[in-house]
Design a protein around this ligand. Sequence first.
Ligand SMILES: Nc1ncnc2c1ncn2[C@@H]1O[C@H](COP(=O)(O)OP(=O)(O)OP(=O)(O)O)[C@@H](O)[C@H]1O
Length: 255
Amino acid sequence: MDTLAQNPPTGIAAATTDLSKAYGSGDTRVVALDRVGITFREGEFTAIMGPSGSGKSTLMHCAAGLDAFDSGSVRIGTTELGTLDDRQLTRLRRDRIGFIFQAFNLLPTLTALENITLPLTIAGRRADQQWLDRVVAMVGLSQRLDHRPAQLSGGQQQRVAVARALASRPAIVFGDEPTGNLDSRAGGEVLGFLRDSVRELGQTVVMVTHDPVAAGYADRVVFLVDGRLVDEMARPTPDRVLDVMKTFDTRTRTS
Ligand SMILES: Nc1ncnc2c1ncn2[C@@H]1O[C@H](COP(=O)(O)OP(=O)(O)OP(=O)(O)O)[C@@H](O)[C@H]1O
């Protein structure tokens, strides 16, 4: 697939416009996303934060083509997800999007290298060896490529998952609490690698997190409350993020 021809550079890796989604109906209807408009620029690291139930995971899943939405639009590059059928959507996810989840989701019988290249193998694509070497070196796994997941620490396993997400050089990488299962040191390493992938490799990364320290690694933080985008912060620090989160606690308690 000639992705460049289909997707001329726009500087925008992904964007949502008036994105809305509700679960259930009648008395049990919950509006998870309420007309969310957000742009993820190429080469930028964005953290999505907000109180529990504010719609973070729903936003990520809709933006990544994992979940259907009710109205509005989502685009990856210049491709509108609403125009794709299931088969095209599956292909877009496979070819253009990288995923990192809280659980590492590695296959236990495969080596680190086989896990990293598995999505390419499934897609029938050859790895760009130079790119793969850079990614593997960046996450510090060069000496451990023959190890199986059980022979790696949690932090190392998540580094394999980071390399797997980057291996196809996707348009955008989505992480759902990627450090949720790691201690603070291993989590800090993984976040450092994600930041390096943005700084050194020009990747675009979007991460859902509860952790102000994790958000401090991002270039900007967007805040959701009750399915709405309510605030945004450039060059976040953990303290400033915490201050904003505290105002949400107060609002929730007094509403
Ligand atoms: N499958 C579902 N069925 C019904 N309601 C759902 C479903 N998934 C999410 N919701 C509701 O939609 C709202 C947003 O949920 P979502 O998981 O996106 O929030 P979140 O900010 O990611 O929460 P958390 O931080 O607790 O993971 C919540 O009120 C949640 O209860």
